[in-house]
Design a protein around this ligand. Structure first.
Ligand SMILES: Cc1cc2nc3c(=O)[nH]c(=O)nc-3n(C[C@H](O)[C@H](O)[C@H](O)COP(=O)(O)OP(=O)(O)OC[C@H]3O[C@@H](n4cnc5c(N)ncnc54)[C@H](O)[C@@H]3O)c2cc1C
Length: 410
C-alpha cells in the first residue's frame, strides 16, 4: 500500500462512544476527519426497553458532551441523574455515603444507555460537514510512513490517506495489533453479569454497591424506576446465574443485595462480560494514537471505563488542535507524546486503584476486613477526604483538558 495524497487530516478507526466523540471534537477544531465503524448505531427502539449496556457518566463527561452540542440530544432521549451513592461491605458494618448536596452539586452523575449516547453522537456527526462517516466499513490494514503520512485500506478495498490514524476500536483493537503495540494484561478471573431489574422499593436516585467476597454488586438507578445491575463474580458462578430461571435469579439477587431495595420482582436482558485489565505499552507512535478501550481496559467496579476514554478524547483533541494551530505536523511522534504523557499515568493510577479496591474487598483475612470497615467508616466521617474522593469519581480533579473543565478556562 502506497501513501497517497491525503483525503483527510485524521482517520479514526472505531465509532463507539469514544471514537465518535473524538471525531466531533476534531471536526470542531477545523480538521477533516474520516470516522470508520463496522456497525451503524441504533437510532430507535421500543419505548419501554432498556439497553443492556449502560454507563455511569461523570460530570466531566457530561461537560464534554455539552461542549460537543450532543448533551441535549442525550438528555431528551432519557437519562437518570443520581444524587447519592452508597458503598458498603457484606462482611462488616463499614459504609460510605456520598451526597451531591454536600458537594454543592445538583447530582453526582447520570446513568445513560450506550445506545442513547451513540444516537445523539450520530446526530452530532451528521451536523458536521468536515466529518465523513464510513459506516458500515472495517479497517483492514494500514501503512505508516514517517514523512508522508498514513494510508488505510478498508475491508471493501477503499483507501484513505491522512496525517494521523487513531485507534478507537475497543479492547481487541486491530489498530493496536497491526501497529505491533504490546499490552500488559491481567485476567481478573471474574465475569460481570449485567441485567435490568425491578425491585420492591424505589431506587430514589441513588447508585449502590455492595462488596461481596466474590466481587462487587452494583445497582444503577434507571430513568424508568428499574435498576441496571453489574454483578462481578467468578466465571463459574456467573455461568450458573446466567442459566437460572428468572424467578430464581431474582431470589438470589435479592439475597446477595441483602434486600437493600426489598425483593427483586422482575429481570430482563441478562448478559455476561469476562473482566480483564489491559494497558497498551505505548499510546502513540509516529502517525498513530490509541484512545479509550484500545489503550486501556479497567475493572467496571467504579464505572470509569468510558469516562477515562472521554478524558483521552479531550486531551488528544486539545493536543492535535494546538499542534495544527501552530502549523506543526499533527502526526509527528514528538507532538503526540504530550497526549501520552498527559493520559497514560492517570489511567495507570485509576487501574491500580481499581485493583487495590478489588483486592481489599476480596480478602477474607480478618485484619484486612477490619481495616476496610474501619476505612469506610473513617472516610465517611472525614468530609475533606470524602469530598476529594467524590471529586475524583466525578472527573472534577486533576489536570483537566480544556474541553472538560467546568468553566472552560483556557
Ligand atoms: C459490564 C461492564 C460495565 C461497564 N460499565 C461502565 C460504566 O458504568 N461506566 C463507564 O464509564 N464504563 C463502563 N464500562 C466500560 C465501557 O464499556 C468501555 O470503557 C467503553 O465501551 C469503551 O468505549 P470505546 O469507544 O473505547 O470502545 P467500544 O465501545 O468497544 O467501541 C469500539 C468500536 O470500534 C468498532 N470497531 C472495532 N474494530 C473495528 C475495525 N477493525 N474497523 C472499524 N470499526 C471497528 C466497533 O464496532 C465499536 O463500535 C463497563 C464495561 C463492562 C464490561
Amino acid at each position: 500500500m502506497q501513501t497517497s495524497e491525503p483525503s483527510h487530516d485524521i482517520i479514526i478507526a472505531g465509532g463507539g462512544v469514544v471514537g465518535a466523540s473524538l471525531a466531533c471534537a476534531l471536526a470542531d477544531a477545523g480538521l477533516r476527519v474520516a470516522l470508520i465503524d463496522a456497525r451503524e448505531p441504533a437510532t430507535d427502539w421500543p419505548a419501554d426497553s432498556i439497553d443492556q449496556r449502560v454507563y455511569a457518566i461523570t460530570c466531566a463527561s457530561q461537560t464534554l458532551f455539552e461542549r460537543l452540542g450532543v448533551w441535549e440530544g442525550i438528555r431528551q432521549r432519557g437519562v437518570s441523574p443520581y444524587q447519592a451513592m452508597e458503598v458498603w461491605d457484606a462482611a462488616g458494618p463499614g459504609r460510605i455515603h456520598f451526597d451531591a448536596a454536600e458537594l454543592g452539586e445538583p447530582w453526582l452523575g447520570h446513568i445513560v444507555e450506550q445506545r442513547v449516547i451513540q444516537a445523539a453522537l450520530l446526530d452530532g456527526q451528521r451536523a458536521r460537514p468536515g466529518l465523513e462517516r464510513l459506516c458500515p466499513a472495517e479497517l483492514a490494514d494500514f501503512h505508516l510512513d514517517d514523512a508522508a503520512g498514513v494510508s488505510a485500506r478498508l475491508g471493501d478495498g477503499r483507501e484513505l490517506a491522512a496525517a494521523l490514524l487513531v485507534g478507537a476500536d475497543g479492547a481487541g483493537s486491530r489498530v493496536r495489533e497491526l501497529a505491533g503495540i504490546g499490552v500488559e494484561t491481567h485476567d481478573y478471573e471474574q465475569t460481570a453479569v449485567v441485567a435490568v431489574v425491578a425491585s420492591e422499593r424505589a431506587h430514589a436516585g441513588t447508585a449502590r454497591q455492595r462488596f461481596l467476597p466474590t466481587g462487587p454488586l452494583a445497582f444503577l438507578p434507571l430513568r424508568d424506576g428499574r435498576c441496571s445491575i453489574v454483578w462481578s463474580t467468578t466465571p463459574l458462578e456467573a455461568e450458573r446465574l446466567l442459566a437460572l430461571p428468572d424467578e430464581e435469579f431474582c431470589i438470589e439477587l435479592g439475597q446477595a443485595f441483602d434486600y437493600e431495595l426489598g425483593a427483586i420482582t422482575r429481570v430482563s436482558g441478562r448478559g455476561g462480560f469476562p473482566l480483564r485489565r489491559l494497558h497498551a505499552v505505548d499510546y502513540v507512535q509516529q502517525r498513530l494514537a490509541l484512545v479509550g478501550d484500545a489503550a486501556h481496559v479497567i475493572h467496571p467496579l467504579a464505572g470509569q471505563g468510558v469516562n477515562l476514554g472521554l478524558l483521552d478524547v479531550a486531551a488528544l483533541a486539545e493536543v492535535v488542535a494546538d499542534t495544527a494551530a501552530a502549523g506543526r505536523d499533527i502526526g509527528a511522534h514528538t507532538n503526540l507524546r504530550r497526549y501520552e504523557r498527559w493520559r497514560r499515568g492517570d489511567n495507570a493510577l485509576m487501574q491500580s486503584a481499581m485493583d487495590g479496591f478489588k483486592w481489599l474487598f476480596a480478602s477474607p483475612l480478618t485484619p484486612v476486613r477490619l481495616l476496610r470497615n474501619l476505612g469506610l467508616g473513617t472516610v465517611d466521617r472525614l468530609p475533606p477526604l470524602k469530598s476529594l474522593l467524590a471529586r475524583h469519581a466525578m472527573g472534577r480533579a486533576g489536570d483537566l483538558p480544556r474541553l472538560v473543565r467546568p468553566d472552560n478556562r483556557a
